[in-house]
Design a protein. Structure first.
Length: 310
């Protein structure tokens, strides 16, 4: 395993979480944060770590590690008391983690307020949605969305994030591009809200790669699609789109220790307060190389995914 180019001590990272939360006026629970950092001390030492928040006032500050090895983060959470031993989503996470001859890997999301938030499963590549979702361990409520996903052109999945607090899952699809107003409208139709304006899609297109990534958030209880989000990874600092003041504050105050910075912009669409801008910022552990290892396509890339149909 390659040694990360940067590492931040647990104490320094705790202080960074505290200070960034204060700058964003985001909730912070020190005891919860200390417990999470201690439980996953090895992962935070050896992984790439990113920050995340949204433009909505009062939203959480989140942080995430991307592992470089295959580890059982679910077992760690249970042993540390972060999840109950009978956590209901364990069978689903274990099923997805066991796919593709051990190629899948787990990572974790946390918030500065509530601690462990999501268990991520990277599938080791771009996989057919039917193989991932049309299986007995997958709740029927989620499986029923497969036809709607296919109709919207969402047929290939790269990773999933199971949300323990909201009992939902974020499904990360890779889509054949380029992004267009018509394709945006098809995808956003999953949440029954007005599609983005053509001028907004034009701005998104200048930053998104040719074959691009989106996430779809689905309730595991009802099957309702709560929101969809379009992503641009590794956006250059001099090419940032229109962003709310809170995101601007986040990008200038959340510490980054990597020699090469990494900014991610997401355009989320959903009913109620589900339409907003969110952002991620690399913290330490060589985030760019972690994304490259996962086969991510960066902002402006014309790279095509060979797993997608021509």
């Amino acid at each position: 395993m390659a040694t990360p180019t940067t590492y931040v001590t647990q104490l320094q990272f705790l202080e960074d979480i505290r200070a960034t939360s204060a700058a964003l006026r985001a909730p912070f629970d020190e005891e919860v944060t200390r417990t999470c950092l201690a439980a996953y001390a090895d992962d935070f030492r050896d992984s790439a770590v990113v920050w995340k928040t949204t433009g909505r006032p009062g939203d959480d500050l989140s942080y995430r590690f991307y592992t470089r090895t295959r580890t059982d983060t679910l077992a760690t959470a249970i042993d540390a008391g972060l999840l109950p031993r009978d956590t209901p989503l364990a069978p689903l996470i274990e099923f997805w983690s066991g796919l593709y001859d051990g190629a899948a890997e787990q990572s974790c999301d946390f918030t500065a307020r509530t601690g462990l938030d999501k268990t991520w499963v990277w599938l080791g590549g771009t996989r057919p949605a039917a193989e991932v979702l049309d299986a007995a361990p997958v709740p029927d409520a989620l499986r029923r969305n497969l036809p709607a996903f296919a109709q919207a052109g969402l047929a290939h999945i790269r990773f999933l994030a199971v949300d323990h607090r909201h009992h939902s899952v974020n499904i990360y699809f890779r889509v054949q591009g380029p992004v267009t107003p018509a394709r945006c409208a098809e995808i956003v139709s999953l949440v029954a809200v007005a599609p983005p304006l053509p001028e907004d899609v034009a701005e998104m297109r200048t930053l998104m790669p040719q074959d691009y990534g989106i996430s779809v958030t689905v309730s595991l209880e009802t099957g309702r699609v709560a929101r969809v989000c379009f992503y641009a990874l590794n956006v250059p600092d001099d090419r940032l789109p229109r962003i709310p003041e809170r995101i601007a504050t986040f990008l200038t105050t959340a510490p980054s220790y990597d020699a090469e910075g990494c900014t991610v912009i997401g355009w989320s669409f959903g009913p109620g307060d589900g339409t907003y801008i969110k952002a991620e910022r690399g913290c330490y552990g060589d985030v760019v190389s972690a994304f490259e290892r996962w086969g991510c396509h960066f902002s402006g890339s014309r790279q095509l995914d060979p797993a997608l149909p021509v």
